[in-house]
Design a binder for this molecule. Structure first.
Ligand code: FAD
Ligand code: UDP
Length: 370
């Protein structure tokens, strides 16, 4: 008899497995339909011997000391600050848009104050800011919106930015200084030996049994257990009772090139050209030394694994129906990016699972021992 079956070996499920097993001595079965642990962060050495991320580039960043300290139990880190260039008008310029971006793009030599006036002159005064289009027009105006955001967003989501919640493009700020880092979080680092190594350590507790290549639907009635933690798509759990929640997928095309170095930064974005959104050279992220290099190109798609919840009001309303239903099911807990239909980064998923663990721990102390 397992105390918990946990569905999904990504961060959401694995953090809970580790906490339940190590802190309150629960016997946990964690399963995944895939043939590996790590969920969408899974990494492996490709044929050339280069460490790559199977489901696209994963860069760890967080402002939460709690999350960083917790994950540090399972990995050492390689300090890494991600930088991205966007290919616009035949030039590679930094994104997020900052002082260097504008000066390079237009051949100017503006100061921060002058950039502020430049942007104010172009920005459209939109109030209230509701959509992803509003966010960008409001901060940089239409020309830069069209160069950097409109096309990329259309490719990534197959939606116009005006059809997406403000939160999507708000992920990418505008800066008046020369800070060209993609993220500004306090902690920015890559797991020194990769994500899979981190997960193997996290799941190595003797109370944890890991079962891969296993769909929850195939085993739920056969393996005795008390509670379930479900980190797969919530609509799938309920057999799409209220209809399908939209997810955006991606086809990843990997290419190993017989040269040591391929592009100037970890990622290059292509807002105006190509069918892919971005190219990422893994060695730039991991620091691996190798005479060859592997790059991944991301081609967004409708069909395929559910990678991105699509932040729009109507989808949130549909999710709310599933959420209400989920709350009525005893002893089943939903968490993670798919389980709660939230466009979460890795650190947010870890924080969410640590919070759910606290709740489960409280419930456990209230229950008589059995
Ligand atoms: P997942 O990792 O998706 O894990 C869920 C697991 O559940 C999956 O392995 C799935 O196979 C399994 N599962 C589902 N249904 C079933 C079932 N019925 N039976 C058995 N198993 C099932 N975040 C960052 O912080 N930084 C980044 O740079 C970053 N880059 C990203 C790039 C891409 C292309 C994508 C798609 C995401 C990126 N993220 C990034 C987000 C990050 O991947 C997620 O926040 C995180 O992996 C979510 O973890 P999770 O455990 O909730 O979900
Ligand atoms: N975005 C854009 N141009 C860019 C980078 C991002 O239009 O050069 C928009 C796009 O809508 C994207 C969103 O901002 O989906 C969030 O970007 P982020 O890099 O955070 O996406 P993720 O890494 O989650 O795919």
């Amino acid at each position: 008899m397992f105390d918990f079956i946990i569905v999904g070996c990504g961060f959401a499920g694995s953090v809970l497995a580790e906490r339940l097993a190590s802190q309150i001595d629960k016997k946990v079965l964690i399963i995944d339909q895939r043939n590996h642990v790590g969920g969408n962060t899974h990494d492996y050495y490709d044929e050339a011997g280069i460490l790559v991320h199977k489901y696209g580039p994963h860069i760890f960043h967080t402002n939460s000391k709690q999350v960083f300290t917790y994950l540090s139990k399972f990995t050492d880190w390689r300090p890494y600050e991600h930088r991205v260039l966007a290919s616009v008008d035949g030039q590679l310029v930094p994104i997020p848009i900052n002082l260097n971006t504008i000066n390079k793009l237009y051949g100017l030599d503006l100061s921060s104050d002058e950039l502020s006036s430049f942007l104010n002159k172009n920005a459209e005064n939109i109030s209230p800011v509701l959509t992803s289009e509003d966010v960008v027009l409001n901060s940089v105006g239409r020309e830069l919106y069209e160069k950097f955001f409109k096309g990329y967003t259309k490719k990534q989501w197959d939606l116009d930015p005006s059809e997406l919640d403000a939160s999507v493009t708000a992920r990418v700020p505008t800066r008046l200084n020369k800070d060209d880092r993609y993220f500004t979080d306090t902690f920015q680092a890559m797991p020194l030996r990769g994500y899979t190594h981190l997960f193997n350590k996290m799941l190595s507790h003797p109370n944890i049994y890991t079962m891969l290549n296993t769909d929850y639907k195939d085993i739920q009635h056969f393996i005795p257990h008390k509670k379930v933690i479900y980190t797969g798509p919530i609509d799938c759990y309920f057999d799409y009772r209220f209809g399908k929640l939209p997810y955006r997928s991606i086809n990843f095309k990997f290419e190993t090139i017989d040269q040591e170095d391929f592009q100037p930064t970890g990622t290059v974005n292509y807002p105006l050209t190509n069918l892919y959104t971005r190219s990422t050279e893994f060695k730039k992220l991991t620091g691996q030394k190798h005479p060859k290099t592997t790059v991944v190109y991301e081609y967004p798609a409708d069909e395929g694994d559910p990678y991105y919840p699509v932040p729009r009001k109507e989808n949130q309303l549909l999710y709310n129906k599933y959420k209400a239903l989920a709350e009525s099911v005893p002893d089943v807990y939903f968490t993670g990016r798919l389980g709660t239909y939230k466009y979460y980064n890795m650190d947010q998923v870890v924080a969410q699972s640590l919070t759910l663990f606290k709740r489960l721990q409280e419930i456990d102390t209230l229950m008589p021992a059995n």
